[in-house]
Design a binder for this molecule. Structure first.
Ligand SMILES: *Cc1c(COP(=O)(O)O)cnc(C)c1O
Length: 427
């Protein structure tokens, strides 16, 4: 048999090329199943880095892209517009809380965050508040890998090489019943000289940080408080958007709305890269002026790519369909039952769940860490069982495409239950 080409000229993301196993060569995928060149199958229980929502190679989305490609593949988005973008902006504004009115397109999650941060800073700049440049974010935050997004993210091994070049961001703990008063005091202190421009957060679930969860009620209180202190609130829903938390958007659990929202990942159903930054009318109005320096001078070559917008329109229609909404509820119920059954397992330190996301934190000898030694063993173990799960250190989570079947979900749970023996042998 000819050896399988793993690509000698490719440098993979988040991969130590010296020590990593050869990448698995995927030749096709359908629904939740990935098929490799050796004839193995894997259940994609992490939605291919959280982007897929309706399964792989979905016919409806594939056809929407093909049709669009034959009509208009791309056009410059300054001075020109097109129907897929107009339709997507209307669909998004239609399902988001009333408060939002403008959609700014970019390419991915990181750029949607860059845009949001720049919007917030320029919002103040345009109104003569040049001193408002500080950003507040949560500890353990992850907002992407570009410089602004890295700055907003918590300090870690991943961005240590760039630390000196990152701009100043104050990181505060996520809120709970015990610390909420303290957090308000902290914000009070930070906002003393009215220098804070924005507060950016992943609502309810901090993904890369380890699927850490906080209650909507306390986040609501922080948003109210920030608004009182003249701080723009940015919800980074790049991971939580499009049904992950059980509602279309995590901010639907809140009564107080942020001013800006970042969306990407699931937006095209996982077919094509696309980012959007949603702004309230208040934000937009600060840029709407006769002075040209108040313009938002930001854009990317592929802004509002029609193929990506067509995929997003098709994906949104599928998401809003009853069948998909029922699948989301079904996954939520199954996760709840699984959480209850595994919670008492000796290997388990904590189980947390929000909507279609469930995270199981395993006990370890050392502290909870992305570099926990058990991580690679677990990853390989799951693959050997035909399940793609990518533990964040000792935290394993399931974040599946919504079309996952009961049988597939049970297979994922079984692999996790079996892996508890491995975890115990490492304790
Ligand atoms: C993944 C992620 C990003 C970055 O998105 P990319 O498309 O990978 O650039 C930003 N914010 C959150 C919350 C994410 O999970």
């Amino acid at each position: 048999m000819a050896s399988i080409n793993s690509g000698d000229h490719i440098w993979h993301p988040f991969t130590q090329m010296k020590t990593a196993a050869a990448p698995i060569h995927i030749t096709k995928a359908k629904g939740c199943i990935l098929y490799d060149a050796n004839g193995n199958e894997y259940i994609d229980a992490v939605s291919s880095w959280w982007v897929n929502i309706h399964g792989h190679s979905n016919e409806i989305i594939a056809n929407a892209i093909a049709e669009q490609a034959k009509l208009l593949e791309h056009v410059i988005f300054a001075g020109f517009t097109h129907s897929p973008a107009i339709k997507l902006s209307e669909q998004l504004i239609g399902i988001l809380p009333n408060y939002f009115s403008k959609i700014f397109f970019s390419d991915d999650g990181s750029t949607s965050v860059e845009v949001a941060i720049k919007m917030a800073l320029q919002y103040w700049h345009n109104q003569g508040h040049q001193h408002k440049t500080k950003i507040i974010a949560f500890e353990n935050a992850y907002h992407g890998d570009t410089f602004g997004a890295m700055s907003a993210g918590d300090k870690s091994t991943f961005n240590a090489a760039f630390e000196k070049l990152l701009f100043e961001v104050a990181h505060i703990p996520t809120p709970n019943a015990n610390n909420i008063h303290l957090l308000k005091k902290q914000i009070d202190e930070l906002a003393k000289e009215d220098t804070v421009a924005a507060f950016i957060f992943e609502p309810l679930v901090q993904g890369s940080g380890g699927m850490l969860m906080h209650e909507a009620k306390y986040l609501d209180e922080l948003i109210t408080y920030c608004h009182q202190k003249n701080i723009i609130c940015i919800a980074d829903e790049v991971m939580t958007g499009f049904g992950r938390t059980g509602k279309n958007f995590a901010i639907e659990y809140l009564t107080n709305q942020p001013d800006i929202i970042c969306l990407s990942k699931g937006i095209t159903g996982g077919f094509l890269p696309l980012g959007v930054t949603v702004a309230s009318q208040k934000i937009f109005d600060a840029f709407y002026a006769d002075e040209k320096e108040k313009t938002f001078y930001h854009g990317h070559s592929y802004t509002a790519n029609p193929l990506a917008c067509a995929a997003a329109n098709a994906s949104l229609e599928l998401l809003l369909n009853n069948k998909c909404q029922q699948q989301i509820k079904f996954i939520e119920e199954k996760h709840k039952a699984f959480a209850n059954s595994i919670r008492t397992n000796e290997a388990v330190k904590d189980v947390r769940q929000q909507g279609t996301i469930i995270a199981i934190e395993f006990k370890t000898k050392e502290d909870t860490s992305y570099f926990s030694s058990v991580r690679n063993k677990l990853y390989q173990f799951y693959l050997s069982k035909g399940v793609l799960l990518r533990p964040l250190g000792n935290i394993v989570y399931i974040l599946p495409p919504y079309c996952i079947t009961e049988e597939e979900l049970n297979k994922v749970y079984d692999a996790i239950i079996q892996s508890t023996e491995l975890v115990k042998s490492e304790l």
